[in-house]
Design a protein. Structure first.
Length: 162
């Protein structure tokens, strides 16, 4: 019985990955990240998953006294700080580690497809309210804008409420 359940659970996981528009090849998601690692990263990337609201926004680092940014510590204006108890997506410093380990593009498009898009799909499918801590149209070509464009194109979002 345990083997059957385990097999069913494994197939369901693969089906959900493929439903998100990702491929599963040779035991790896998108042919790059082993399934067990991918599932670990997906789980760690979504904070406060039980909230009925998801916060998206711009990451702002802490600025050290000498003026240099410290990306390992979110600044007071970072969406991760503004999110409070709402759901938010963040891989923190793991973002660069995953990018480098699995030879993903440095612009972040691969990471966006692998992690941001499924997190957005999950939030929409769960009926969460999606809010932005920063205007997604104000920062040019970046993950925040990609999130807004994805919600518009895939989930028919059409307006930002102030």
């Amino acid at each position: 019985m345990g083997g059957i359940m385990g097999g069913a659970q494994f197939k369901l996981t693969i089906r959900n990955i493929e439903k998100s528009g990702l491929t599963f090849e040779n035991g790896k998601v998108e042919g790059k990240i082993p399934l067990d690692k991918y599932l670990k990263y997906r789980k760690m990337s979504v904070n406060n998953p039980d909230s009925d609201t998801m916060t998206l926004g711009k990451y702002e680092p802490t600025i050290r006294p000498d003026g240099t940014p410290d990306y390992s510590i979110p600044g007071p204006g970072a969406y991760t700080q503004k999110a409070g108890d709402t759901t938010y997506f963040s891989l923190g410093t793991e973002w660069d580690n995953i990018t480098n380990t699995y030879n993903l593009d440095t612009a972040g498009k691969d990471m966006f497809k692998l992690f941001n898009q499924p997190a957005l799909d999950d939030a929409v499918n769960a009926g969460k309210t999606i809010r932005f801590s920063h205007d997604p149209t104000a920062y040019g070509d970046c993950a925040l804008k990609w999130e807004w464009d994805y919600l518009v194109n895939k989930h028919d979002f059409n307006d930002l409420l102030q």
